[in-house]
Design a protein around this ligand. Sequence first.
Ligand code: ADP
Ligand code: MG
Length: 330
Amino acid sequence: MGEFELIRRYFAAAPCAQPGEGVVQGIGDDCALLALAAGEQLAVSTDTLVIGVHFPHTCDAFLLGQRALAVATSDLAAMGAAPIGFTLALTLPQADADWLQAFATGLNQMAQACDMRLIGGDTTRGPLTLTVTVFGRVPAGQALTRAGAQVGDVLCVGGPLGDAAAALPLVLNQCTAPAAIAEPLLARYWAPEPQLAFGQALRGKATAALDISDGLLADCGHIALASKVALHIERERLPLSPAVAAWLPQEKAWECALSGGDDYVLAFTVAQAHVAQLQRDGWPVTVIGRVVAGNGVHLLDSAGHSLAPSSRGYLHFGGAGDSTKQENGT
Ligand code: ADP
Ligand code: MG
């Protein structure tokens, strides 16, 4: 199977590669062409996944296709952008028809769930590597950046934390868990749901936002730095999924929630006055802390006391990058 036959069969012919809103020219020419309405800005983000670094060698192709697009699209959600489409740069060791079919099916399923269209890419030979570049639209000046958190705002997250970190030993076949625990955790790891509609609903309300990819503490550090504020996080307020709460001892669950990566839920700051309305509108808003003058991210117990340095050991895990890297010790 030649390069062009491969592109046609698995990608150009896929349902997600068919024409759609905002895509003037998709796969097949030298460039794709996107149309923006007057007063809109283009949001662009790229993510690369390398075998053995970001996903294990044994990784299922269908799940990989789903996950690669989900983690990239989550960046659009974090900016409050609406999805348009994505490109796929695919480096493959060989053209294995079964692998390509499964990969394309997973990719397509996530593309349809996220309303994303495949608009182009590149296909090369080499160690398995996926680069997904996503494109979205946002009204000019309304993108949610990391830089606007205001002293007095509350800090919120858009869903349970720590599921993906709890799932990692299951992903790496280092342990097993009952199906009622393993299934929801593995689903959160392999098919995170980019919070696209939620991100757009936060436009004009959230003062700063991002999606949690490297762990809550590390990512909140980015908001604190960009906004020149300090963030206080109350440990007892961290939302945990039923599976994590049932499976892990409390300390371990908190560690996953604070320092585990790959959750892809939104973290954002917002005036307290907006919280009740967002919750009434059905958005999954959990207040976990507040914005104060100063710098850095500080973890507090329920009485508001700073947690002892030993507990702050969580910070040693923060910012280590993609947690799958633990597999190789890189
Ligand atoms: P060029 O040589 O002009 O860069 P290519 O021959 O690499 O073009 O690709 C031909 C067309 O197929 C282009 O529109 C490109 O965007 C698209 N394409 C190539 N690889 C992929 C892929 N893996 N997924 C989707 N589209 C692809
Ligand atoms: Mg090319």
